[in-house]
Ligand binder design. Structure first.
Ligand code: NAP
Length: 292
């Protein structure tokens, strides 16, 4: 493997998380940097929760151009930033931070990533979107649907209290969507109207590849032209998507979302278009290496 050429003027980019060693962003971002011939390097930074403010001060001192934040920093970093975009505020989480003249600005590129493959699909915003799960990724999905002015967004969860808290958290948000919350037993009434079903739960993720959040019987309730979208990126396709395809549905996996959220972040840092094909290739390679 050839690494980036480091010189006296190489600019730092990176990702903070705890742990961070499983992140796929370093191979993806460094492949893009190498392809563009840029004098940047993207590094993983394991930052313990109680060292977050120190890390930000260090990054400022080192002239770090920007970085991604992953678990457990996505919410905790918000009060430490000088500005936060409306999308990040609506989602309640920051995944991308960049330097401005007035300090660190945080935003969230997951909406861009989520919507990217849907831009190729027609008419999905005119019907109901059923979102399985009500965690962090579901927030980006709801905000993306709101941005696209979706007719109806129905979030399905297993814990009624968490569902109510989820609903309440959007009350004053500009990206609220036409949002309702439901428990899993309500699926038989929701699925027949669904134009898009999004899995935001980890059910079906490697290594639990033989599981799916929906049964074949539940898929049979969906309209024939339904789109199935699984945010999980390994395996690809998941059992959820295989079942949907057997039903005749259009299937979208989580790989493009992952690439496009990274590409949107890189574009903010370098102010130039990101090579998404190269990033996708690097992501697939990294995922394959992980499985051997
Ligand atoms: P999270 O915040 O932990 O949320 C997970 C949600 O799934 C919660 O609502 C949880 O319910 C629900 N859930 C978990 N296990 C379940 C089960 N057995 N049955 C029913 N519901 C279950 O996680 P996240 O950050 O949103 O991530 C969720 C998935 O999205 C992961 O697979 C992640 O890899 C994927 N993701 C992909 C991308 C991408 O770029 N492609 C980006 C972000 C996330 P409770 O709240 O009741 O526990």
């Amino acid at each position: 493997m050839t690494g980036p050429t480091i010189t006296g003027t190489t600019t730092l980019l990176g990702i903070i998380g705890y742990p961070v060693e499983h992140s796929l962003s370093p191979p993806m971002q460094n492949a893009a940097i190498a392809h563009l011939g840029l004098n940047y390097v993207f590094l993983p930074f394991p930052v313990a929760p109680d060292r977050l403010a120190d890390a930000l001060r260090g990054f400022e001192a080192f002239g770090v151009r920007g970085f991604n934040a992953t678990i457990p920093h996505k919410q905790a970093i918000i009060p430490l930033l000088q500005s936060v975009s409306d999308t990040a505020r609506a989602i309640g989480a920051v995944n991308t931070i960049y330097r401005t003249d007035t300090g660190w600005c945080g935003t969230n590129t997951d909406i861009i990533g989520f919507l990217s493959p849907l831009k190729r699909q027609m008419g999905w915003t005119n019907g109901a979107t059923v979102v399985l799960g009500n965690g962090g990724a579901a927030r980006a999905v709801v905000a993306g649907c709101a941005q696209m002015e979706c007719t109806q967004v129905q979030v399905v969860g297993r814990n009624p209290e968490k569902l109510q808290a989820f609903l309440a958290s959007w009350e004053h948000s500009p990206l609220k969507a036409n949002l309702t919350v439901h428990t899993w037993d309500e699926l038989p009434t929701l699925l027949p109207q669904a134009k898009l079903v999004v899995n935001t739960t980890p059910v079906g993720m490697y290594p639990n590849v033989a599981t799916s959040p929906l049964t074949l019987e539940q898929w049979a309730m969906t309209p024939m032209d339904c789109i199935a979208y699984d945010l999980i990126y390994t395996p690809s396709p998941t059992l959820f998507l295989q079942q949907a395809q057997a039903r005749g549905a259009i299937a979208i996996d989580g790989q493009e979302m992952l690439v496009q959220q990274g590409a949107a972040a890189l574009e903010l840092w370098i102010d130039a278009p990101a090579p998404t094909d190269i990033m996708g290739q690097a992501l697939r390679q990294a995922l394959e290496q992980r499985l051997v």
